[in-house]
Design a protein around this ligand. Structure first.
Ligand code: UTP
Length: 412
């Protein structure tokens, strides 16, 4: 069967014939592109994900337990210095690397170009990538090493990201210590359950979530590279938190001293009933759970020292041992669906930018990796010290607030 017939059959089987709406108007190259894309998509998987993601399973409360954490502000000077020294030895020994996950669409910010290239007027104007790089440079000076920096891009923003780094001369970071790798994509689906066109000849796909990072590292030989370089601990974060300490000997020291393979920084959830997901044990394993699974009693539960048990929230600042990364590279994480704005080609063949979310994107979340381990080390830090992400222009995580928090941090 030729590819044209195969593509037509697939569209008919999955009731997606609208994707061929403009076929007759396409040039030969575009026709070939669309046919190839249709033939390589896994329609079965996409529609299965769509159906499965509609089900929100509640977690029975008897399966939920609190997870212990350490609070940075409450550690004694001696404990802090003891734990930091453990971490410092790892960093100084060249056994620490950083992964910046920058494959997201940044759809809420709506900035043209990869989110990491968005600039804050500090002054001077600095991109989010450069701000991240500054933390690495500072650590390199402090430890007299060069930390290896890995940057995850998506198929969509890879080229633009690399060109940006080249044009900025890699912010004078040693080029040989920066490695880019690309994550996978999945088609997005509109509210009627249909795939959408991004161009008249192209189906809209989006990166499949930051939880693809471990498999992407495997596919792109990053894990081999880490092992070759003798790196045993890797820190993972997003590209948009401008005050996060990405080289943190304390988190390393705590994780190692607690004999864990995974560590994470957390924030105290200020408002008991906010929708933020919280750290907890789920069926005996560390996890982040939707707080709608917590009863009122659990929300208010405290330990003997008066500390809340279910008030630690995720800030996308995770540490994984190399053995954990190797294990996760072979695992499948669940898919969640995220409702996002995606530009589409309408029935008249015109590109339309929606004002509000119009389609579902399927994403693996990195935090679902925690459930593959028995324990996790949690370090609670202060929001004003480490959490100023940029998500959109109008909400609480906007560039202006992030810039102020950045300035306050460095003024201190
Ligand atoms: P967010 O979930 O905040 O997504 O990602 P986003 O792409 O920045 O923005 P929205 O939701 O579309 O508005 C948190 C971090 O995870 C990365 C992002 O680049 C960001 O640094 N990420 C997200 C990936 O690397 N890949 C993905 O598929 C999704």
């Amino acid at each position: 069967m030729d590819n044209y017939t195969k593509a037509k059959d697939l569209l008919a089987n999955y009731k997606q014939e609208h994707l061929f709406r403009f076929y007759d108007e396409l040039n030969n190259e575009e026709k070939e592109f669309l046919i190839n894309q249709i033939c390589t998509l896994d329609f079965e998987q996409i529609f299965h994900l769509y159906e499965a993601s509609k089900i929100d399973e509640a977690i029975p409360s008897n399966l939920i337990e609190p997870l212990p954490y350490l609070e940075k502000a409450k550690l004694s000077k001696n404990d802090t210095s003891f734990l930091e020294n453990i971490g410092k030895n790892i960093i100084r020994g060249g056994k620490y690397a950083v992964v910046t996950m920058a494959g997201g669409q940044g759809s809420r910010l709506g900035f043209k170009g990869p989110k990491g290239t968005f600039k804050l007027d500090i002054p001077p104007k600095k991109s989010l990538f450069e701000i991240t790089c500054d933390y690495l440079k500072k650590a390199n000076e402090q430890y007299n090493i060069t930390i290896n920096w890995y940057i995850m891009t998506s198929i969509y923003n890879d080229k633009q990201t690399k060109t940006f780094f080249e044009n900025e001369n890699y912010f004078n970071y040693p080029k040989e210590n920066i490695t880019f790798f690309t994550q996978s994509e999945l088609p997005v689906i509109d509210i009627s359950g249909n795939l959408i066109l991004e161009e008249t000849y192209k189906i809209k796909e989006g990166s499949n979530g930051n939880g693809d990072v471990f498999r992407a590292m495997d596919r792109n030989n990053i894990i081999d590279d880490l092992k070759k370089k003798g790196i045993s601990w890797v820190f993972f974060s997003g590209v948009d938190n401008v005050i996060l300490e990405i080289v943190d000997p304390l988190l390393l020291g705590i994780t190692i001293s607690q004999n864990c393979k995974v560590g994470s920084k957390t924030l105290f959830k200020q408002f008991a009933h906010s929708k933020d997901w919280v750290f907890a044990k789920k069926d005996g394993k560390p996890a982040i759970i939707d707080s709608c699974n917590l009863s009122e009693d659990m929300i208010n539960a405290k330990d003997d020292n008066g500390n809340y048990l279910y008030r630690d929230i995720n800030m996308l600042a995770h540490l994984f041992n190399i053995s954990a990364i190797e294990l996760l590279a072979k695992k499948s994480l669940p898919y969640h669906r995220a409702f996002k704005k995606n530009t589409f080609v309408n029935e008249e063949g015109m590109k339309q930018v929606p004002d509000s979310p119009n389609s579902f994107k399927f994403e693996n979340f990195i935090f679902d990796a925690f459930e593959f381990f028995d324990n996790i080390s949690l370090l609670r830090v202060k929001e004003e010290d480490e959490f100023a992400p940029i998500k959109d222009f109008n909400g609480i995580h906007n560039p202006e607030i992030a810039l102020n928090m950045y300035k306050n941090k460095f003024r201190k």
